[in-house]
Design a protein around this ligand. Sequence first.
Ligand code: HSE
Length: 436
Amino acid sequence: MRIVNVGICGIGTVGSGVFNVLSRNLTEINSRANCQINISQIACRKDNPDIDATSTHVTRDIFDVAKNPDINIVVELIGGTTIAYELVMMALKHGKHVVTANKALIAEHGMSIFEEAESRGLLVCFEAAVAGGIPIIKSLREGLSANRINWLAGIINGTTNFILSEMDAKGREFSDVLAEAQMKGYAEADPTFDVEGIDASHKLAILASIAFGMPLSLDGLFTDGITKLEPQDVSYARELGYAIKHLGIARKSLSGVELRVHPTLVPEQCLIAGVNDVSNAVMVNADSVGTTLFYGPGAGSEPTASAVIADIVDVARTMDSYPDSWVPPLGIPSQSLQSLSIMNIENVETGFYIRFSALDKPGVLSTVTTIMGDAGISIEAIIQREQPAGESYVNVIILTNVTKEKYLDEAVKHIEELDTVRGYVNFIRVEYLDQA
Ligand code: HSE
């Protein structure tokens, strides 16, 4: 049987998962790959007690793997975008196929990596870069290849979903849940990538590029995290019949492409509203199939390893075939990708949830609703909380109909200028997805 030698760089959470799943399921994996997959080298800064690497050659220098003449596939699991980029480019220059789970690397340097790979007749695969164990890249690129994709929306960061679910269901503190996500190996090395939405923006850029056939780019992608969310917003949203989810949304319309990552109110009856813990889910709406939903674990050692190994199997099975028969990294040949105009967030249309603190006296609410009306915004629901004894301000929550963000910004500015309103107006976008 043909032998395919694999070198794994990085043996942390994902790397150890790849090593263990490959060792455990090797017979089945070899049958599927129609060859014998052999982990011939591992590069790691320090040994990982979660794996038994006694029969594998271990090096402390990742570049040894990129240069090793016996290796066919380099698996990059070190993360980051500087050394990882050097490693991947060196591996390609030495004629190795590459598998990576690194979304930041693909989102920022994917185009030059693919160009290098294409010029050398090599494969670069990155299924594990988006939505952990869910085979969303393969589904978009191959399973939905008949379709024009209209939009996709997903929970694509497991850590933020875990935090929001725990805050919602158990009223836990943000920092306490984040620490647990770190302990479980869900969070990035720098967890601000998770909670500020940067990790999700890398993943959204990859999904949108495949969905709409455009080059990878983070330009114009609007990114907001979950750090400004308050527990009271999670419970007010519930009172109104919504869950708050951190979504990545890409939508193509005649006005351009929307690319945005932010906390979002979604109706409770929408399937994605019930996706909790570290799970991810991506909805894809396309012209022929309608709306599909891809659901599963979005982070963690073995779920992510499942996606990495699927790529290893793909490469091992196809690497000796003619490159014209390979599926290009972004679904279509790079010369056919087309740059599309990305919409400024101020022109994007959504519903809005707004919350502010207002003096409890006659006429205040009517002034606010007049401001909203003047901005052309219609109101769907209002909640006014009874003030605690001795408190003269009350919390007001308003749900608006769909409007352009710039009209909402204008109304918010006027509301904040009122003497009867204290502090800032907080707002969160609302999406109806397939419930519209
Ligand atoms: N930190 C990422 C997440 C890991 O929480 O989703 C998987 O990409």
